[in-house]
Design a protein around this ligand. Sequence first.
Ligand SMILES: [Zn+2]
Length: 110
Amino acid sequence: MEALPKQIASVADQVQEWVWDELWGRQAPTNWPVCPRHPDSHPMKATAQGAAGVWACPNDDAVINATTAAERIGLRALIVDALDGKAAAFYARHGFKPFTGKPLRLFHRL
Ligand SMILES: [Zn+2]
């Protein structure tokens, strides 16, 4: 099993792709999460750093904790609705856990 910081970073990466898709679909700017130092330039990049999963600026050492970013958008766990059992199994392999009695709705704590 991967170390937790790496897991958080890869989940954050996945969330970022989902958010990008969503923003792209709305024709909104896709630089999310916004870099605090270069807000008009680029998004932060999810990465494992020491004992934490963090969002980091790709250009300098600006770092915000991935959990903090998740709290900013009101998210403590990722919830997915899988289309079918095969998709649910895919999420389960990536650390998601099904809700009791709802095998196609899964969550991943951040
Ligand atoms: Zn930056």
